[in-house]
Design a binder for this molecule. Structure first.
Ligand SMILES: [Zn+2]
Length: 80
């Protein structure tokens, strides 16, 4: 397992593991769980922390990983 180096020290290190797959690719919490092996509560905590720093979208849509329709999360970064 490759652990990305944390460049943003204001975001918990594990958040990078969650955020990377979400970039421009809506993903459901089940798939986040499958990728990260974090508990749903931990995922929720990280997503909450991430949402304070980045533009996190939570919408009803189709997960690009498993194809199920439901609540999915995605990130949109400003090209700053
Ligand atoms: Zn999924």
């Amino acid at each position: 397992m490759i652990v990305p180096r944390a460049r943003e020290t204001t975001i918990p290190a594990n958040a990078a593991i969650i955020t990377a797959p979400l970039l421009y690719r809506p993903t459901c919490s089940d798939c986040i769980h499958a990728r990260t092996d974090l508990s749903p509560k931990e995922i929720d905590n990280y997503l909450t922390a991430i949402a304070t720093r980045l533009e996190l979208h939570r919408v009803i849509g189709r997960c690009r990983v498993c194809g199920n329709t439901g609540p999915v999360f995605s990130l949109h970064l400003d090209a700053a």
